[in-house]
Write a protein that binds this ligand. Structure first.
Ligand SMILES: [Zn+2]
Length: 311
């Protein structure tokens, strides 16, 4: 049995606040799940993050309070947390007096970053890089992803939304991977796959409905033979591997939007390939794109070729 953990980065809305929407799926064999989960928990433990969800987008922001505290680096985790909290309280009180929407937004930001305020920016980068490096060495893990450049996405042409297209692509690639390994495996009965997703009510409904549809008619490319019909929805706070899928999606999006390669280079080591060609990840954009995803694929991947799938 193979478990494929899904998560997204960027917004699927058009135009939304990001130019790209990325859906990533990281597949690992069930038999490796326990050890790999433990490896990540060990890294998190070193940084006092054992009960905290790794949410890379929030971790890799600059936190203003950190720079205002003298000798922040020399303080213990508990002292840092207490000093940061103190400054945050003062900020919220000040904003409450002035009124307006800033108070609500800042309060939300503080809540999202609360688990990481005892770490310096450098330490937060270090955790993310350590985790990404570890994942890059998981020889049996495979990364599938659809990276949609929304500038070139036309729902009237594709007949589906950005999120639907991304989901169909990832499901198809995972299914094809399972069919290939199932054909070679001496015990093909073991080559079934389960999709595991963060439990967000809207996404859960949409993905369950889409999977039902794929079961009846297949995806646009394949009939589903090896992917289990109903995805499993879990709490990402409690499921370390969904957090790893988040890291992969984030790394792909930041490369495509900002040219940042540090996380990208590592997660790309796990991208699914067939005879050396990149098949697991696609950049849906203008066909003249020469990014490191497009240039590693032999078949055209851009909008001009509309939905080709190299399988
Ligand atoms: Zn590209």
């Amino acid at each position: 049995m193979y478990l494929c953990y899904l998560d997204e980065s960027g917004t699927a809305d058009i135009p939304g606040s990001t130019s790209h929407y990325v859906l990533a799926g990281l597949s690992i064999p069930y038999s490796n799940w326990k050890n790999q989960d433990k490896e990540i928990e060990q890294i998190k433990g070193k940084y006092g993050l054992q009960d905290t969800e790794l949410h890379v987008g929030w971790m890799l922001r600059q936190y203003k309070e950190e720079s205002k505290i003298p000798n922040f680096l020399k303080l213990s985790f508990t002292q840092r947390r207490s000093k940061v909290k103190q400054l945050q309280k003062a900020t919220l009180l000040r904003l409450q007096k002035t009124g307006g929407s800033a108070h609500k937004q800042v309060k939300k930001n503080f809540a999202q970053t609360d688990g990481y305020i005892h770490l310096t920016y450098q330490e937060r980068v270090q955790v993310v890089m350590e985790v990404a490096t570890r994942v890059s060495r998981w020889g049996n893990a495979r990364l599938f992803a659809e990276c949609v450049d929304k500038v070139f996405f036309d729902p009237a042409r594709t007949g589906r939304t950005v999120a639907e297209q991304a989901f169909e692509q990832v499901v198809t690639r995972f299914e094809h991977y399972l069919q290939l390994i199932g054909a070679k495996d001496p015990i093909p009965e073991l080559c079934y796959g389960l999709l595991i997703h963060d439990n967000n009510e809207t996404v859960a409904k949409r993905h369950t409905a889409l999977m039902k549809d794929y079961y009846k008619k297949g995806t646009s490319y394949l009939s589903l033979e090896r992917t289990i019909e109903t995805p499993l929805f879990v709490d990402s706070q409690l499921t370390c591997m969904v957090q790893i899928a988040d890291l992969c999606a984030y790394g792909l999006r930041r490369y495509l939007e900002n040219g940042e390669e540090n996380i990208f280079k590592l997660v790309m080591k796990r991208a699914d390939r067939k005879q050396g060609e990149l098949v697991g990840i696609r950049h849906y954009t203008d066909s003249s794109c020469t990014c490191k995803i497009c240039s590693q694929r032999r078949t055209p991947t851009g909008v001009q070729a509309d939905l080709p799938l190299s399988i």
